[in-house]
Design a protein around this ligand. Structure first.
Ligand SMILES: Cc1ncc(COP(=O)(O)O)c(C=O)c1O
Length: 482
């Protein structure tokens, strides 16, 4: 396809699909938003979708599906065992990743559960570029420890580094030498590193990690949930990938790993997950856990319809025009906010635009959850649901003290093929209003605090009446919002 260029010279992201099914949206009035926020205990996960205008919580399981995916769903072979659709999915994965063996699961964290139960022993250490919430929880639950070896500069939000997901290779060597390879069941690489802003890792860095792991006899595992965006960034930002097709880049990435697991709620534009393994021994060692926790070996908790959609979605992921849509819209949003002086993670990554709450609301201390407070404020400002990625997403230290996160981000996710440019512009407009009124935002405190993954179901309250005051200001500044 021709690279689209505008006569005006402006860089405007343009949809390369047309919309054929729509869902009506409802913007609750600001008083309704305040009421809904209180009822949800200031936890946006606990809102009802009907109370939300733009849902930018996540890109997980809510990406728009294509006509070809929908037809694959109708065509799927419903069978408890031996479904033709399972083998079509397995063959597609083998074609793309070059791995013969596949274990289906119901979603990404199920893969993490099975990998952690099968491979982690008490006292083990898992080096990785950066943790993901559910990954860490499973490793810790099985007696292991996560060590992050991402470059120090990767957690600096304002940066020009094109590959902030890269490992610090010296640091990886240091950890292996300190801990001993025998205590490291695997090194985990996360593509499109989620919690630092959907930032990619380079192919060159993966090759080096592989060299180090091979020298020490350590297995290498890829979390490919966010591989789609990462492939796009490799193609446009890495010299050696410029003349490679997305399929060729995928093949080379995969060739460095022993295990590749993924959430198909992200990779493949559908819902589900799975673990691809290189050897029959590994497959054998995990297959019983699949039948115990997930389902039979030819569906693993997924509906066969979803498996059909994933197989087509994976093929669509090999299409550069399709996978460039998300990052181009995110880049637009990041650049527009940056022009207004609003602190965002730069360069633009995948999965969403990330606001830097430490700079947006520097008055809020870490133990009053700055990013979570900003998420609440943005919901009040525009009916926009976003996700906190900061201290609230961490569990407490064993002594009960807060584990203050190194980054406080508000993720405005742009699920793939879902939002139009004017919806993105609306979000930019409301974020700008909030930026101009940022001094009014204060912190939150827990009223109900779960022990683990507390961000999912915990409940909080504002530390003062700042939310009522923000609503009053909104009514003054938007007199026509009746
Ligand atoms: C990098 C990464 N790994 C694992 C998961 C977990 O996947 P799931 O939500 O399907 O359980 C996610 C989900 O957001 C993710 O981003």
């Amino acid at each position: 396809m021709e690279t689209i260029q505008f006569y005006s010279g402006k860089k405007i992201p343009l949809e390369t699909h047309r919309v054929r099914v729509v869902q009506k949206l409802y913007l609750p009035k600001v008083e309704e938003r305040l009421k809904a926020l209180k009822e949800a205990g200031n936890n946006l996960y606990l809102l009802k979708n009907t109370d939300i205008f733009l849902d930018m919580l996540t890109d997980s399981g809510v990406n728009a599906m294509s006509d070809n995916q929908l037809s694959a769903m109708i065509n799927a072979d419903d069978a408890y065992a031996g479904s033709r659709t399972f083998f079509e999915l397995k063959d597609k994965l083998t074609e793309l990743f070059g791995m013969e063996h596949f274990l289906p699961t119901h979603q990404g964290r199920a893969c993490e559960n099975i990998l952690a139960q099968s491979l982690i022993k008490e006292g083990d250490v898992c080096p990785m570029n950066y943790h993901f919430t559910t990954t860490k929880a499973h490793i810790v639950k099985n007696g292991g420890r996560v060590v992050e070896v991402v470059k120090k500069s990767s957690v600096i939000t304002d940066s020009t580094d094109p590959f902030k997901g890269d490992f610090d290779l010296d640091e990886l060597e240091n950890v292996i030498n300190e801990v001993g390879a025998e205590h490291i069941p695997f090194v985990r690489v996360e593509a499109g590193t989620n919690l630092i802003g959907g930032q990619p890792i380079s192919l060159g860095n993966i090759e080096e990690i592989h060299r180090i792991c091979k020298a020490h006899g350590i297995s290498l595992v890829l979390d490919a949930s966010l591989l789609q965006d990462n492939l796009y960034f490799m193609k446009i930002r890495e010299e050696r990938c410029k003349n490679m097709s997305i399929r060729e880049i995928t093949k080379e990435v995969a060739s460095y790993f022993d295990i590749i697991y993924f959430s198909a709620r992200k990779l493949g534009f559908a819902r589900g997950g799975g673990i691809c393994v290189r050897t029959k021994e590994l497959w054998d060692s995990m297959k019983e856990a699949i039948t115990l926790y997930e389902g039979f070996l030819t569906y693993g908790g997924m509906s066969t319809k979803e498996m059909g959609a994933i197989a087509v979605g994976l093929e669509e992921t090999m299409d550069f025009d399709i996978i460039s849509q998300g990052p181009l819209f995110i880049e637009y949003m990041v650049n527009e906010l940056d022009k207004r002086g609003i602190p965002v993670v730069k360069p633009a990554g995948g999965l969403g635009c990330h606001l830097d709450a430490m700079k947006f609301v520097p008055n809020i201390p870490g133990d009053q959850y700055p990013a979570a407070a900003l998420c609440s404020a943005l919901y009040l400002a525009g009916g926009i649901r976003t996700m906190e990625r900061g201290t609230l997403s961490e569990d407490r230290n064993p002594d009960g003290s807060e584990h203050i996160a190194s980054m406080e981000l508000v993720r405005c996710a742009l699920p793939r093929r879902v939002f139009t440019l004017s919806q993105v512009k609306y979000a930019i407009d409301r974020i700008t209003w909030l930026w101009d009124n940022r001094d009014m935002i204060e912190g939150l405190t827990f009223t109900e605090e779960p022990k683990t993954l507390r961000f999912f179901v915990g409940r909080l309250a504002p530390v003062s009446d700042w939310q009522e005051k923000l609503v009053d200001k909104f009514k003054k500044d938007f007199p026509n919002c009746l």
